[in-house]
Design a protein around this ligand. Structure first.
Ligand code: AMP
Length: 281
């Protein structure tokens, strides 16, 4: 496994690989890798000659300095995990390799995909995501890039980004990888207190209940059920719950197969913010 910190060295190595006609699968991450990330790497390995993983905690997508500062960093363990699954290439740039001093996020027109749910609660977050992914796609020039449905809104934003930048990358959305008790794997889970870790599977359990209800209940009834469930929960605080169409992420007016509807949730477990979602079709 080759490890690059320099953008120029990474680019010249990638150029050589591409000259050999090799396909490149790319998995952008912020590190603190878990099995969810590794499942993306494995999918990439199955479908590409070379798999490149980036590890970079992108400052422009954090609207909360404390959250950025506290983001878990486990680089040695990350490299071991990637080595174990025979990842070919890891790119670990310093921020100065990717951003000019004081460079801010580029502003994109994501046509409203960025103003709902995560966008409503994390100011400028998706411009930060778009900025870094555009930069990475320019450097890595992947054939395929892999993103988890855990961050479903981000996945839709990346699709929109490509219609704006016209970068020739094929995007693959990968299923959510969960702990045995249903909690969606997240780098943030290691920061949960024992009490909040015990409480957190309630989020997915509620989503499963929503999926069951979606066959016979009204949207209003489903929403009140979720709000009440969290109001009564001693350890978890609901930030938002939305049932939205996959394509435009706007609140659904009905749950139908045709529009592909999903339930989205964000919850605070103490100081830790957790998100999850489920398909309702
Ligand atoms: P992050 O390091 O959190 O930026 O995540 C890097 C990539 O891994 C993103 O495309 C995430 O959606 C994806 N990812 C994170 N957690 C999971 C999970 N539990 N299952 C599947 N993909 C995930």
């Amino acid at each position: 496994m080759k490890t690059f910190t320099s953008k120029d060295l990474a680019q010249s190595h990638i150029k050589t690989l591409k000259e050999q006609g090799l396909s490149i699968g790319f998995v952008p991450t912020m590190g603190a890798l878990h099995k969810g990330h590794i499942s993306l790497v494995e999918t990439s390995k199955q479908n590409n000659d070379i798999t490149i993983v980036s590890i970079f905690v992108n400052p422009t997508q954090f609207n909360n300095a404390k959250d950025l500062e506290k983001y878990p960093k486990t680089i040695e363990a990350d490299l071991e995990k990637l080595e174990r699954v025979n990842c070919d290439f890891v790119f670990i740039p310093d921020a100065s390799e990717l951003y000019a001093p004081n460079e801010a996020a580029e502003i994109f027109n994501f046509e409203g995909l960025d103003t709902v749910m995560e966008g409503a609660f994390r100011d400028n977050h998706f411009n930060g995501v778009g900025t870094i992914i555009k930069k990475f796609f320019d450097i890595v020039t992947p054939t395929n890039a892999y993103f988890g449905k855990k961050d479903f809104q981000q996945l839709q934003i990346i699709h929109k980004l490509l219609t704006i930048t016209q970068q020739p990358v094929h995007i693959v959305g990968c299923e959510i990888y969960r702990e045995h008790d249903g909690l969606a794997m997240s780098s943030r889970n290691v920061r949960l207190s024992e009490q909040h870790r015990k409480a957190a599977p309630f989020i997915y359990a509620t989503l499963l209940e929503v999926k069951k209800m979606s066959l016979q209940s009204s949207l209003i009834d489903i929403k009140s059920f979720v709000e009440k469930a969290f109001q009564e929960h001693p350890d978890l605080e609901l930030e938002y719950f939305s049932i939205a169409n996959e394509k435009d992420l706007l609140e659904a007016t009905a749950i139908t197969k045709a529009t592909k509807t999903r339930a989205f949730i964000a919850v605070f477990a103490g100081e830790i913010r957790l998100i999850d979602n489920i398909a309702l079709y």
